[in-house]
Write a protein that binds this ligand. Structure first.
Ligand code: PLP
Length: 393
């Protein structure tokens, strides 16, 4: 049976070049980069080189890069570290479609008495920029946290404009760029964010390493307390092998981004067109005009996304019904619900997400096997045109 992995927004395969770059640090180069001796100093040089590579990826200075264990840590550091700086005397403005790694720390602050607002989104998952302006007007110590691109739909926010509005209103600005990394350029000289989070495993580095861009002068208290690593901004012995792997993934992504984006979009668009042509009562969720090149979120009305995912899994096709963190639950996705997707389509939403390792033959395989699965599930479903209620209280 063919194996077709289309769940790359959940995680990606480690690139062979990344694996190779990491290997010496599991062997002879095991020193602690903080050690006084030359053996450790040799390893510290590799961490410094990795920091320069990641800084090049962000188009920023090396001292604006903090290595972390994952994007969840990067997001928590930016949000909680800003709140800590202001002694919780701040207003947090975020969006209803953020990943839990942003929503949960924001809601924790709310529970601690901080004013927190989650901006609603329209039918394609975009926020109203005037509403953002209104929320920031006159706010004391505002912090905006808005994602660069959505993990479930691929909708890309106008992040430069959002950051400019934040700056005009004296707000600190954080963006979760986890899904944007490797797919669109993250240029910190043209996008005035203060904090930006990425995660290695979303673009062909291993799980368990991330980074946080912190603009020089940004007001942030450290989140992880302990040793003096990362210039006192993130305690804990550096995960050297993974940091080197992350840097290699950044280098590969930069070299291949434009061509890869074009190829991914072509494959994704063929998949989208094929699905819409073969399966009636199907809709695409997200902003098709402003979308990551690799992501397709589709609602198949009247059937359950989980059933589709299970049937496709039996055929060797890996897709997802929402973010990996939410897919343990049968609750409909908060992102799809926030977009006001009709009830008949909310539960039937699935995500296809591609990577550089997908081929045209993968798309052919899905287009051959998916429509019969949808037809079979629809035949079994008690709902659907002419079958029963299509609206619910
Ligand atoms: N933010 C977004 C948009 C994500 O998609 C994810 C992972 O799914 C995260 C944050 C969390 O990343 P990590 O698992 O590396 O902490």
């Amino acid at each position: 049976m063919r194996n077709v992995y289309l769940d790359n927004n959940a995680t990606t395969a480690v690139a062979p070049e990344v694996r190779e770059a990491m290997m010496p640090f599991f062997g002879e180069l095991y020193g602690n980069p903080s050690s006084m001796h030359a053996f450790g100093g040799q390893v510290a040089k590799h961490v410094a080189a990795a920091r320069e590579q990641v800084a090049a990826f962000f188009n920023c200075e090396p001292d604006e890069v903090i290595f972390t264990s994952c994007a969840t840590e990067s997001d928590n550091t930016a949000i909680r570290g800003t709140a800590d700086w202001f002694g919780n005397d701040l207003k947090v403005v975020t969006t209803a479609v953020e990943h839990p790694a942003v929503l949960q720390p924001c809601r924790r602050l709310k529970a601690q008495g901080v004013e927190e607002v989650e901006l609603p989104v329209d039918g394609v998952g975009q926020i109203d920029l005037d509403r953002l302006r209104a929320e920031l007007k006159g706010a004391k110590n505002p912090l905006v946290s808005a994602m660069w691109a959505n993990n479930e739909t691929g909708t890309v926010f106008p992040i430069r404009e959002i950051a400019e509005i934040a700056k005009e209103n004296g707000a600190a600005m954080h963006t979760d760029a986890v899904q944007a990394a490797g797919k669109v350029p993250l240029d910190m000289t043209s996008v005035p964010v203060d904090f930006l989070a990425i995660s290695g495993h979303k673009f062909h580095a291993p799980k368990g390493v991330g980074a946080l861009f912190v603009r020089r002068g940004a007001k942030l208290k450290p989140f992880m307390l302990g040793g003096h690593q990362e210039s006192g901004r993130r305690a804990g012995t550096e995960n050297v092998a993974y940091i080197v792997g992350l840097a290699k993934a950044c280098e590969l992504a930069t070299a291949q981004m434009a061509e890869e984006a074009r190829q991914l979009a072509a494959l994704r668009d063929r998949l989208e067109a094929g699905i819409l042509a073969a399966c009636p009562n199907t809709r695409v969720n997200g902003d098709r005009a402003h979308r990551l090149p690799n992501t397709l979120n589709v609602s198949f009305e009247y059937i359950e996304g989980e059933s589709i995912a299970y049937h496709l899994s039996d055929l060797g096709i890996c897709i997802s019904t929402g973010s990996a963190c939410a897919s343990g639950s049968l609750d409909p996705s908060h992102v799809i619900r926030a977009m006001g997707v009709p009830f008949t389509a909310v539960h039937g939403s699935v995500r296809f997400s591609l990577s550089r390792y997908n081929t045209s033959a993968d798309i052919d395989y899905v287009l051959e096997h998916l429509p019969p699965v949808i037809k079979k599930l629809r035949d079994l479903s008690p709902f659907g045109p002419g079958k029963g209620p299509t609206t619910f209280q």
